[in-house]
Design a protein around this ligand. Structure first.
Ligand code: C5P
Length: 221
């Protein structure tokens, strides 16, 4: 039986930092499903599709061929043959992804791909619907949360490091809006799986969160 770890939670809760570190320590593969959804959003923006037009997004999504590769252990998202890792972290793409990821055709394609990956290897997969939908039988399920201002502050620091300046309030507004859409969409909304363990990271360092989740995993093995 596979021993996959599913980590879900709202934007900026620290999922990717923590999931990446856990995968490294447990010698597992890390899969960032948000990056896959982001690449679909990027495709729609490039094609000039109105991301709020779900019908158009559904029609067009067949043209987006998404796959992932690893370079020195780091996930790369390939969209129609192009490595788009450097293009998917903008706030435009973030917001567009929350619209395009509502669409059934998009979710079906991404879910299929994610389940294929999980068949091949033990992995740590993070996203919004991993414990509830993609891997309902995951070995360990975590639901990571943090106060919206704590999450906004973390994003603010990340942007600052990259030399991009946004106001903390704008980031908090963006995050709240995306959470709202992710939690209220019809298909696979963001929610805690019944058997997931909720971890609030407000007062924890990334290392503390990583160690705690690894201890939960080891207790079960
Ligand atoms: O995790 P990240 O912020 O990169 O995800 C971008 C967007 O992709 C989310 O706001 C959400 O709308 C969508 N997503 C999703 N299901 C996942 C992962 C991400 O709907 N499993």
């Amino acid at each position: 039986m596979r021993k996959n770890i599913a980590i879900d939670g709202p934007a900026g809760a620290g999922k990717s930092t923590v999931a990446k570190a856990i995968a490294k320590k447990l010698n597992m593969i890390y899969v960032d499903t948000g990056a896959m959804y982001r690449s679909i959003a990027l495709f729609m923006l490039k094609e000039g599709v109105d991301v709020k037009d779900s019908k158009k997004v559904a029609e067009k999504c067949e043209g987006a061929n998404v796959s992932i590769e690893y370079v020195n252990g780091a996930q790369q998202v390939i969209l129609n043959g192009e490595n788009v890792n450097g293009l998917i972290r903008t706030s435009d793409v973030s917001m567009a992804a929350s619209y395009t990821s509502k669409v059934k055709e998009v979710r079906d394609r991404m879910t299929f791909l994610q389940r294929q990956l999980a068949k091949e290897k033990d992995l740590v997969m993070d996203g919004r619907d991993i414990g509830t939908n993609v891997l309902p039988d995951a070995f360990l399920k975590i639901y990571l949360t943090a106060d919206v201002y704590v999450r906004a502050k973390r994003r603010y620091e990340e942007f600052k490091e990259k030399g991009e300046n946004y106001s903390l309030d704008d980031i908090a507004k963006d995050i709240s809006k995306r959470d709202e859409m992710d939690k209220n969409r019809e298909i696979s909304p963001l929610k805690k799986a019944e058997d997931a363990i909720e971890v609030n990271t407000d007062n924890l360092t990334p290392d503390e969160v990583v160690d705690y989740i690894i201890s939960l995993y080891k207790e079960k093995v």
